[in-house]
Design a protein around this ligand. Structure first.
Ligand code: AMP
Length: 386
């Protein structure tokens, strides 16, 4: 698949202008905080009200993404539109794009919001991806399983995040059950990767095609949800370089103006496979707020506004621990105890209702070594439950 090259040159959008954000979760909130610090105004659009983004935005528009008249009205009030989650319908981005620039473009959104399209794009462009097959029936699933063997992972072709919409198949005779559980007519079967580590690179591409990337981040997941991120990743220098080089090539191949995160599996032989792309700041990059000169959200503001990119220099080793809604049960977290370590920073997203598995906030610790930072972040999280 080849992409039409859009013009990457445009007049900068200067502070005091208004930026529109499609979506209203924590990513939009941290983006809005960075944008306001730089003197921009922020409007947010989503079907919800009193949202994490809306609480810190200048204006919160509550309407369905399918309400294209509301989308047009929203777009007419801003200088540029960006998004904070990629499951915005293509028609929404298109309606906004007819009035103001949408960055990254609707085309990037279209590819990355659909697992099968994304994987097809990556493999056809020569990037290393986990072996996969398109599956539209139980018979095709059985065929793909006989090719890959077990274990294997069956994922919905479309919408999915944090492990939602995926089933692990351990034995061939589980195929019918897995196909039934996914309840979809189009899926992707992936070979199971026996990885040494998971890692990500958050990269930024500016209006003239210039590119910077943060140091590689090492990630561990619990129940398919990101649990802990550390930076710099404990990988050989050559893996780090390879990850940054691949990320840069992905941004160029997609002609991204904005931030994009590449999630990797690091194989036992040190080679990288791309697991997933996120065309926006990413949970694993939250530690850049406290650990780097210009965080991922400031970089998003700078890039989509056509300003020079900021420095990605990391000041100190860092660790980030996610705070999921589970911590709110059986009683609210012990905030005072979490604040006991003066080196640990708390970020809460303003979500009214805690639910198990819901991302409510995170803790970041900075230290002389990654190991110390991990110990501090984990100890602070532990104290929340005391
Ligand atoms: P995803 O939502 O596709 O990023 O998957 C969430 C998590 O599930 C990943 O971060 C991995 O920990 C695990 N996972 C997904 N796909 C695979 C695979 N093909 N092999 C091994 N683990 C996987």
């Amino acid at each position: 698949m080849s992409l039409p090259k859009s013009s990457t040159e445009f007049e900068p959008i200067l502070p005091d202008a208004t930026i529109g954000v499609l979506g209203s979760g924590q990513l939009g909130r941290m983006f809005a905080i960075a944008a306001r610090r730089l003197g921009y105004r922020v409007h947010t659009f989503s079907p919800d009200s009193d949202t994490p983004t809306g609480q810190v935005a200048d204006r919160e528009v509550t309407a369905s993404y399918d309400d294209l008249a509301a989308v047009r009205e929203f777009a007419s009030q801003v200088s540029v539109v960006t998004f904070e989650f990629e499951n915005v319908p293509a028609a929404t981005a298109e309606a906004a794009g007819a009035l103001v620039p949408v960055r990254p473009s609707g085309q990037v959104l279209h590819i990355t919001q659909h697992r099968l399209r994304e994987k097809t794009f990556l493999s056809e462009s020569g990037f290393p991806v986990t072996p996969f097959r398109r599956v539209t029936s139980l018979a095709e699933l059985r065929g793909a399983l006989s090719e890959f063997g077990t274990p294997a992972i069956l994922k919905t072709a479309g919408w999915g995040y944090d492990g939602k919409g995926q089933v692990r198949i351990n034995r061939v005779d589980e195929a019918a059950n897995a196909w039934g559980r996914l309840a979809t007519d189009e899926a992707v079967l992936e070979a199971f990767v026996d990885f040494a580590a998971e890692a990500s690179v958050v990269a930024v591409r500016g209006r003239g095609g210039e590119c910077v990337s943060f140091p590689m981040i090492e990630n561990s997941h619990s129940h398919h949800i990101l649990d802990l991120s550390v930076c710099p990743a404990r990988v050989p220098a050559q893996v780090q370089q390879e990850g940054e080089a691949l990320a840069r090539r992905v941004l160029e191949a997609l002609d991204v103006v904005g931030v994009l995160c590449v999630e990797y599996f690091v194989r036992r032989d040190g080679r990288l496979l791309i697991n997933e792309l996120a065309p926006r700041p990413h949970n694993s990059g939250h530690l850049t707020i406290d650990a780097c000169l210009s965080c991922q959200f400031e970089q998003q503001v700078r890039s989509i506004c056509g300003l020079p990119l900021g420095s990605v220099e990391q000041v100190r080793p860092a660790a980030m621990a996610n705070l999921l809604g589970d911590l709110w049960f059986p009683r609210s977290p012990n905030w005072v105890a979490a604040f006991q370590d003066p080196r640990v920073k708390l970020h809460l997203y303003g979500k009214a209702e805690a639910r198990p598995g819901r991302k409510m906030g995170h803790l970041t610790a900075l230290a002389d070594t990654v190991e110390e930072a991990v110990a501090q972040a984990q100890a602070a999280r532990q104290r929340l439950g005391e």
